[in-house]
Design a protein around this ligand. Sequence first.
Ligand code: SF4
Length: 599
Amino acid sequence: MPLAAGLLKAQLDSIPEIKNRLDVSFHDFYIDSSADSIAGSICAETPDIIGFSTYLWNRDLTEEICRIIKNRFPEIILFAGGAEASALPGKLFECAPFDFVIKGEGEFALTETVKRILENKPVQGVRGVYAKNSINDAEPDQWPVENLDALTSPFLTGVIDLKKYSGVLWELSRGCPFKCSFCFESRGVAGVRQYSLDRLQKELELFESQKVNQVFVLDPTFNHDAKRAKKILRMIQKTAPQIHFTFEVRTEFLDSEMAGLFSNVNCSLQIGLQSAVPEVLTNVNRKIDPVQYAAKISLLNSSGVIFGLDLIYGLPGDTIAGFKSSLDFALGLQPNHIDIFPLAVLPGTALYDNAEYFKLNFLEYAPYTLLSSPGFSETDMDRAESLKNAFEILYNKGGAAGWLFMAYETLDIKPSELIENFAEYIRSIQLVERFSGDELIEPQISFVKMLFKKHNKSELFPVMKDIININGAMNSSLYAGPYTGVTRISFDDNTRFALSDGTKFLNIVYSYDDLMQLGDFTIVEFLANFRPEKTSVIIYNCAGVVKPLIVSEELSGLLQLFTGNISLKEILSLSPSINPDEVYEFLEYAISETILYII
Ligand code: SF4
């Protein structure tokens, strides 16, 4: 969703003298389109002025598009805004024929500049604007929006058509009270500015009425103002209970009431840990108390809140050993996923200004990735990348969050050692990185079997195998999503049924209910207390919630025949020992739970 462009159009349209003379439209393109085709598509509308939002990932492409357009249509006015323009406005001029560049927030700076263009006045001197013919002047100050409610809402005005996008970017505030040196969120503009709760309530009601599925909350420290965050969570619970929200939060402001409120909302949280090494965090102006941090995270775990952590490797002072200890700490908190990034030394950040002091060697062009530092050699960067890739396959895509801790605790090894072993294993079997869901269960099982054998614990492996199978099926079911087609409920012997994509079948060695007690028992204790008890389980996805259902082996086998090709009568004739009445009764339940559907 091009939120920035939508905000700019809403603002331009709100000023009558501009709206009367200027027809503003915005267009979104994809990074894999060619510069030629994008330039052609834009110019087909014969515009007078074209603006570009520039970010790490589109800067090179944007520059190329601008060169093509200026070459063909020199009279068109070109300008840029966004993260790259704000960080290095002068450099953008060197690389592409822009007429002006906006530094920082664009709404007020652009409306003033457009007014001047319409009045044939020079654009030099507008706050926040760097004009081509003032290139030797000092860079301009930004023109931040002090009162965010002064901005016209692109949602409430219909400027952004919510039906066109699969998710909404919902801006709740601008600015950040913290000053992490690798981040430019808080550079240039002091303090945090917030939209009023009245406005947010109206936008929320609109999202609900338009049946929006996903909202990504744009507020880098959503819970910093705990009172306000709790009010917003209550608003969401009341107004938009069906929508899934993603929040970014800081652990230090979590409390049990807030964890409870998050658990009442359909949401997941993202939390920036970045590193668990105190000296590394000091170098980037952050700090954590590991004991308190873990206590706060346990509030989320005990309330059943889904959350992920972010880690960065290669921060100043970091080493490969430090990165591995950060990974160990992060995994000990049992997050649902961990997003791992190499350090990017972003222009416009304090770290960029201090890169020489820390002897950071990084790419001079986007994405400005660290190449090496005194503590992190190029080889270390490669090792960290291989750990990151293995982790992505095993944990994030492979859904190992539910069993990884059992494996490393049983083997008495560090989580990072297990991930390193997995990195070697996937290299040896040449596992393709794009594999996901079902395709990852077998490699996970083979890997863990090999690891248990290596540590002389093969006798414990069957329990581990059951747990991996259950988690793998749940993960695949989640990825497959719920059945969303038409649900018919009446059927007869000639009806054909098909299984929903999220329906998975499992045969496990131990009882499902016994296995669910493994959180309280170690595998050794489990084996001392429970006997094998062959069990058939159906894992299925009903309205986005993944559920288990224990069934008889016979019923499980029969259900697997529902491929949509043969009728119920033919299926029943293949299983003469099964009572048809039991099947009819089960099918009614299975349809209502979207385990299968009528064709
Ligand atoms: S990393 Fe997060 S907390 Fe730190 S300055 Fe950036 S937005 Fe703020």
